[in-house]
Design a protein around this ligand. Sequence first.
Ligand code: GMT
Length: 374
Amino acid sequence: MKIGITSYPTYGGSGVVATELGLELAARGYDVHFISYAVPVRMTEASERIHFHEVEVMNYPLFDHPPYALALASQMYNVAANEGLDLLHVHYAIPHSVSAYLARAMTKSRRLPFVTTLHGTDVTLVGSDRSYLPITRFSIEESDRVTAISEYLQQVTLKEFQIGRPVEAIPNFVNCDVFQPADGRCRREEFARDDERILAHLSNFRPVKRIPDVVEIFELVRREIPAKLLMIGDGPDRTIAEWMVRDKNLVRDVIFLGKQSQVQNLLNCADVLLLPSDLESFGLAALEGMACGVPAVCSRVGGLPEVIRDGVEGYLVAARDVKGMAARALEILTDSGLRERMGRAARERALLDFCSTKIIPRYEKLYKELIESQ
Ligand code: GMT
């Protein structure tokens, strides 16, 4: 089967999920064609079954805003025709599902079906903005199949977005062989002394991630115990975080690591992961930490309760309750028995419910049904 995959290639969960899906499918014998404006961040493997087709956007003085959605639709159409794609699978509705809709309409010789996977802000934020709402709703309604990455997002899409068609919840996944507790893969001594605990945060540092809260939680923890904070990722709120760290005299204790592709090697060093977001439709970082046996302290928002159960694989605390999150992090960090129990539970839950071996077959089934129904 030949599958075209489109996502944002930048540092963000939807791009990571789309790329990992492509790599997993290629490993299972599918021919995967990534179609985007840049090579996706986690596309670190090369093989004869993994192809990349760049979308080039022509710039012209008349265009204040280069028409990326149209360039993407043209490239989808070209790749589908030249490579004989069986289907397109787009991640993040805006503008990818609109481009796929156009590519399908342009393909006259046969039907080129497309699947849209919703990731969160395409529905909760961007899609519900008045200017994008009608086109987003339209392209979701017109998709041949629609999936959402959590039950929470499935319900939001159906109810608040008033989508009158089935939306299947297929949770995000992680490769449990790549993400696993592995002694020695991260050299703790590079970041902390033996008596120091390590907290980690992993995101694209957008305002929704509450980066200042991460620093404040760490400050409260640091007042009580020796500790280090690993800040993995980059984005708009890195500057404010760096300023806060200087202002709070924490420069020696907070390490900004920037965008990393092998995040598992760093998560292996962490004793606890902080994810205090205002909203997460899923919270892929929490799952990646879980698979590495790292408990998380997260906000009780969106789809996070589907990933982390309060008191089992970590703790859920009301969003913006910095003191509450610091207290929960301290509980984990000061009780090695609890930390080990939660870490084991996290790994077990990842193995049981979220490994790629469990989730990829659901996408394969969906593709097969879709092709058979054409
Ligand atoms: O959070 C973002 O930066 C946007 C989006 C993305 O494109 O990365 O993230 C969403 O998709 C991830 C992967 O499915 C989920 O793990 C995130 O929870 C979700 N973000 C939000 O809902 C805010």
